[in-house]
Each structure stands twice: as structure tokens, then as C-alpha cells.
Design a binder for this molecule. Structure first.
Ligand code: FAD
Length: 531
């Protein structure tokens, strides 16, 4: 009989996940873990079973835009793929957004929700994107003090009732810039009589355009240029009959990855909109949304890494080369061990930020931890995103040629990971933001957190601190900001990994910590030649 290769398989993605389980056993009270484990095991079963099968079967389906109906009416109808329709139902039923707001377990509800999102994400082709923005919109509206909008939208965003669920978009990027949103050209015109606003402009990247509402930035007429002159607006995208409310979908983007996410270019042509919080400071007011979507970005990064490692590990036991399974080849196993170490280190950082986020939401956070959260959010997002791309690339190589072939479903891991360092702030933009968040206080808090977790003051932190305090030239500081932020990110990842290994007694975590340290934490270059 000719040779037939067995494809990689997945088991229950909760039960098989040593890192997630040993982390939850450490941070959650035993009775809470017992209570939520049912929901996690069910999500793990779906993610490794039906959803994974559907994902593979649905691979070639993509969202479709129909701009006109047969009678010449502009309808801009978006048809989602079967996988996404199923994903929405599961997300709503299992409370992948709602869990964070129901607060059944206080601040740890955020950890529960992130664990659900982590299990759900790799089998649902970035349906995490609309969920992240929905979560961010709920957080932003709740913090805005705008009771009318809270009453109108939040119940839809956090519901567990199918048919009542809304997703939210986040329309910030324009042709003038996604990083430099202060250049936003969209204008908000106010009707002198009713006081109502309408928006006019173009939005260049708007993901999940199938959403029922969006938060967006526009400049009320006569406001000054720059970021301060922008206001945050709430938009409902369609009227009661389903027709677009003066929002034209010009086209869907033809993208490298995230192919199931309908990302559109829009023209706002008198779109009715409501102010969320004042007529200025839109960028500041949308920050809560970005903090949540950056957390989701990190959770997605570790989820995709975990999926890649799970598939490659399973395959290593099935693929025979030179007479033995790859799992018997020391070099192949060394390669996999490096991936596992990167993935576990990233996991602990993303979930640490989830813990801090949860505490900030319930008001149980100290000033020091609030400063730490502000600093860690960009650091976590940029560090885990870069790791995800590197890990996904290596995972594909672990499959040899099969990793490069589309109908294995593997290349998607790399393409989808590649968006993680780009959206929600590029690596450089977040590295510059790290400098912004850094001051005497936050540096002290970071140093003491790392020292406590690691049990010593790590040499990489010493090097990064002395570089940062020595450089007075702003352009030199900016030039090194990415290496600096990544060094802080990898330093705290190692500290978290060591802390987890010691407090949980998980021997594999200690092995991973040693390997992660050996892979390199300190990326600072002291005297880099300037241009
Ligand atoms: C699939 C996808 C979906 C998206 N969905 C949305 C969405 O739903 N809503 C939305 O608002 N946006 C969305 N975006 C847009 C995304 O947020 C932007 O593309 C991103 O913020 C970068 O902005 P830009 O494309 O204008 O690049 P630019 O800002 O032009 O950046 C170009 C390069 O310059 C670098 N750079 C910029 N500023 C600095 C600096 N100060 N120092 C050093 N380097 C710098 C960047 O790191 C980057 O490498 C999406 C993008 C993609 C790819």
C-alpha cells in the first residue's frame, strides 16, 4: 500500500493546554475554577472539534459586498461567511464578550473572558476582531457617562441573547494616516436648529463593516486642527429597514490575511452621529477602546501561537523522516521547544495584562498597578504580536512543504498573525507610546514588579534602564525605542514565566523559562550608528 500521511489533529483545546490550565489553577480560587471549567472545556471541545472542522471546510469562503439592488437602490449589503455566522452564535451564547461585564467573579471575570477568547479565536478566522471592538465600545461607552448611549447600545453589545447582539466597529484610520489620526479629515456638521450632527469624510480601513454601530472620530466645524480638535462620535450604521444611513461602502479590501473580516473603505455622506463625550479630545476619549482591543490583540497572538504549536507537536509524532518520527529527532524537538518557550512567555504577559485590566475595571487597582497597566498595554501588544509572526513562520516550516500548501489550513496562521503587529498601533508607534508612558514613577513600578516576579533585578532590565536614563537626545531615544520596548517586554515575560514556574511547581514552565532566557531577552544596542 502506498504511503499516506496522517494530517495533524486537535483534541479538546482546553484539556490539552497545559499552560492555560496550570495558569488558571494558580490565579483563580479553586471554587471559581471549578465553576468556570465547564464553560472552558466546552469551548475547548468546540475549538478542537466542530469549529475546527468547519474552519477547514469554509476556507475558501469570503465576505461579499453587494452595492446595488436590482432596482438601482444603494444597499451595500455584506454577506458573511458560514464560519463567521456560526462563530457569532457561539460567541454570544458563551458570553465571549458578556463574561467580562456580568462580573460574576469580580475582577477575575476579565481573566475568564480572556480564557474563552483565547480558546475561541484560533478556530474562528479572526471573528475576534469584531468581538474586540464590541468589547472596547462597551467599555468606552460605560466610561463616557453618556447615559442615553449606554442605555441604547451597551445591552446589545454585552447580551447573551442571539438576535439582540450587536457588534461595533472602530473607524479611525483615514487616508491621511492610521498612526497619525490627528490628521483626520472627516468633518462633523451640526444642524443649527436641531443641534444634531452629520459626518462627512472618508474612512480608509473599517473592519467588520457588518457591525450595527461604530465609534469614530470627526472634527466638528470650526474646531482647531490636530488631535485635540477631534470629537468621538457614535454612529448606527443602518436604519430600521436595514438601509445604510448615508454610509457608502466603496469596496472591501483585498488583504494578505484576515480574509473573512470584511474590512471596508467608506464614504460618510451626511451620516447621522451623536457625540459620545464632549466636542473635543476624541483621541483621549477613544483610548479605553484601544486598551481593550490591544488586550485582545495580545490574547489573539498567544492563541494563534498555541494553535501552531499544538498542530506542529501533533504532526511531529506522525511524520516519519529517516526512519523515525520527527518527535524522535533532537533538532526538530529543539525547534519545537523554542516555539513552546516563546508561546508560554507571551501567554503569561497577555494574561497578566488581563488581570490588571480586570482590576482597573472594578476599581480594585492601586495607583502603582494602574501606572504599570498603562505602560504594559503597548509593551504587551507589540511584544506578543512580533512573537506571533515569528512563531507562525517557524510552525509552517515544521510541516515542511505541507506548511506552504493552502488546503492544509496552515498558511492562514502566518497570514493572520501578520496583522497583529500592524493594526491597533504598529510596533514603532507603540514603542514611541511606551516612551510616552514611561516616567520616574512607572519605571520604578515596572522595576519593582519585575524584581518581585523574577526574584532578582535582571541584567537585561539593568541594561535597559541605564540606556534609557543615559540617553538625553530625543532622536537617539526614539531610534532605540523598539529595541527598548521589546527588551522590557521580554524581561517581564521571563519574570512572569519564572514566577509561574516557582509558584505553580510546573516543571515544564521552568524548562521553558530557561530556554526563553537563553533565546535572548536583552535587545538593547548601546552605540547604534545614527543616520
Ligand atoms: C486588516 C486591517 C484591518 C484594519 N481595521 C481597521 C479598523 O477597523 N479601524 C481602523 O481605524 N483602522 C483599521 N486598520 C488600520 C490600521 O490601524 C492602520 O493601518 C495602522 O494603524 C497603521 O496606519 P497606516 O496604515 O496609516 O500606516 P502609517 O501610519 O502610514 O505607518 C507606516 C509606517 O510608519 C511607521 N510609523 C508611523 N509613525 C511612526 C513614528 N512616530 N515613529 C516611527 N515609525 C512610525 C509605522 O510603524 C509603519 O511602519 C486596519 C488595518 C488592517 C491591515
Amino acid at each position: 500500500m502506498p504511503f499516506q500521511q496522517t494530517p495533524p489533529q486537535l483534541g479538546n483545546q482546553y484539556e490539552d493546554d497545559r499552560v492555560l490550565r496550570s495558569y488558571l489553577a494558580r490565579v483563580l480560587p479553586a471554587d471559581m475554577l471549578r465553576e468556570i471549567e465547564v464553560s472552558l472545556a466546552e469551548m475547548g471541545r468546540l475549538a478542537g472539534g466542530e469549529l475546527y472542522e468547519l474552519q477547514l471546510a469554509d476556507r475558501l469562503n469570503e465576505p461579499r459586498l453587494t452595492q446595488w439592488d436590482a432596482w438601482g437602490n444603494r444597499i451595500d449589503k455584506i454577506e458573511l461567511t458560514p464560519l463567521w455566522r456560526v462563530a457569532e452564535g457561539i460567541a454570544v451564547e458563551h458570553g465571549v464578550v458578556a463574561t467580562a461585564y456580568e462580573q460574576k467573579h469580580g475582577s477575575l471575570s476579565r481573566v475568564h473572558q480572556c480564557a474563552l477568547a483565547y480558546l475561541f479565536t484560533p478556530s474562528t478566522d479572526i471573528y475576534s476582531c469584531p468581538l474586540a471592538m464590541t468589547d472596547g465600545a462597551a467599555r468606552t461607552l460605560l466610561g463616557s457617562g453618556n447615559q442615553a448611549l449606554i442605555d441604547r447600545a451597551v445591552p446589545h453589545l454585552i447580551t447573551r441573547v442571539a438576535g439582540q447582539f450587536w457588534t461595533a466597529g472602530q473607524w479611525m484610520t483615514e487616508l491621511t494616516g492610521g498612526s497619525d489620526v490627528g490628521l483626520t479629515e472627516t468633518v462633523a456638521r451640526q444642524d443649527p436648529e436641531s443641534g444634531a450632527y452629520r459626518l462627512y469624510g472618508r474612512k480608509w480601513f473599517t473592519s467588520a463593516i457588518s457591525s450595527q454601530m461604530a465609534l469614530t472620530l470627526a472634527r466638528p466645524e470650526r474646531n482647531p486642527p490636530g488631535g485635540r480638535g477631534l470629537a468621538l462620535f457614535y454612529v448606527e450604521t443602518r436604519d430600521a429597514t436595514g438601509r445604510p444611513r448615508n454610509v457608502e461602502v466603496n469596496r472591501l479590501k483585498d488583504k494578505l490575511g484576515t480574509r473573512k473580516v470584511p474590512t471596508a473603505e467608506l464614504t460618510l455622506n451626511g451620516t447621522p452621529a451623536q457625540l459620545v463625550k464632549g466636542t473635543t479630545d476624541g483621541i483621549r476619549n477613544i483610548a479605553p477602546l484601544l486598551n481593550i482591543t490591544r488586550l485582545w490583540n495580545g490574547i489573539s497572538a498567544v492563541a494563534l501561537m498555541r494553535r501552531g504549536v499544538a498542530l506542529a507537536s501533533d504532526y511531529s509524532r506522525k511524520r516519519i523522516a529517516f526512519g523515525v518520527a520527527l518527535s524522535e529527532k533532537p533538532l526538530h524537538m529543539d525547534t519545537l521547544a523554542g516555539l513552546e518557550a516563546e508561546a508560554e512567555a507571551a501567554f503569561h504577559l497577555a494574561f497578566y495584562v488581563a488581570e490588571l485590566t480586570g482590576r482597573s475595571e472594578t476599581g480594585e487597582i492601586s495607583n502603582d498597578d494602574a501606572a504599570l497597566l498603562r505602560l504594559l498595554t503597548p509593551i504587551m501588544k507589540l511584544t506578543t504580536a512580533k512573537q506571533a509572526v515569528a512563531v507562525a513562520s517557524e510552525v509552517l516550516e515544521c510541516f515542511g512543504g505541507a506548511g506552504y500548501v493552502e488546503d492544509t489550513g496552515l498558511p492562514m496562521l502566518l497570514r493572520d498573525s501578520q496583522v497583529l503587529p500592524i493594526w491597533e498601533g504598529t510596533t514603532n508607534v507603540l514603542a514611541v507610546d511606551t516612551l510616552r508612558a514611561l516616567n520616574e514613577d512607572s519605571l520604578r513600578v515596572f522595576q519593582s514588579a519585575v524584581t518581585k516576579l523574577a526574584g532578582n533585578f535582571p541584567p537585561a532590565l539593568d541594561h535597559a534602564t541605564s540606556w534609557y536614563t543615559r540617553i538625553s537626545d530625543r532622536s537617539v531615544l526614539e531610534a532605540g525605542a523598539r529595541r527598548f520596548a521589546l527588551t522590557l517586554g521580554r524581561t517581564i515575560e521571563l519574570a512572569l514565566l519564572l514566577n509561574h514556574a516557582r509558584s505553580s511547581g510546573d516543571q515544564q514552565s521552568m524548562v521553558n523559562a530557561r530556554r526563553f532566557a537563553a533565546l535572548g531577552v536583552d535587545l538593547i544596542i548601546d552605540d547604534y550608528p545614527q543616520q
